[in-house]
Design a protein around this ligand. Sequence first.
Ligand SMILES: [Mn+2]
Length: 311
Amino acid sequence: MIIIIGHKNPDTDSIVSVLVYANLKSKLGEKVKPCRLGALNKETKFVLSRFKAEWPDVIKSVAGKQVILLDHGDSSNSAPGLNKAEILEVIDHHFIGDIQTIKPILYRAEPIGSTSTIIAKIAKEKNIKLNKKQAGLLLSGIISDTICFSGPTTTEEDIKIGRKLARIAKIKSKDLAQKMFEARSSIKGLSAQDIVGGDYKEHKFGGVKLDVSVFETLTPEKLKPWKTKMFNALRKLKKEKKAGLLFFLVIDILKKNSFLYLIDKKEKEVAKKVFGGPIEKEIMFLQGVASRKKQIIPPLAQFLEKSAKRG
Ligand SMILES: [Mn+2]
């Protein structure tokens, strides 16, 4: 049995690509099991119920198992026990991380909007027709990661494949996106910890543990009353995760702007040098910034690598 997983703190792209890729693999005669590394967010729950898809089972450790990694290529965002697992494939659209293997594997990374887009391409390459449900799931993954084809990571390929999937699923992307983003923006029933830790990613650059967490919303103003609680939760989280730097961004997915929370002196110093946006009450405004993987991680990583070389 081969375990297929997306990244920790799973998002819609991670979950739907795992589900559909497991379908494709089964069709090709392989014994696979789709799994997830933690709780589903509200948007993903909406998507799975909209397309009547089962929730993948939670897996606590992949030690001793054969695994396929989707939507991530680094151990820090992967499953516990990965160093004792056999990685068979990696399919991803992030930076290349620290994954190391001793045998040749299939490693497919494409700089496009979503892993779901790559899974749709693989289906086509293998001559497998996607059904309505699979197309709807993959379309949701693309919409989620590309902010409905409007975010900075969107490519022509995402748009083309998205159109095709919408035709197969018989849905309008915009209508689906509206409902998904409303679910994503909802803070009903969430604690400050949930908001700051729900979409949390860990990295290491230049010897510094760099964690970047985001909350994407249509209504950033709704978070204003939460400010103090969120700052407190972030400082606690930074200690727990032993982060050298922890950046938290509230991303306005409608206007494509971000609000960067500067939780400590260190973060403030680095943010001033790297982003240089205007600061008001410990929050830096970043005009036109809406993508962690394309606009936040690369300049921070570059800064940390350079600082490390300078010593
Ligand atoms: Mn993704």
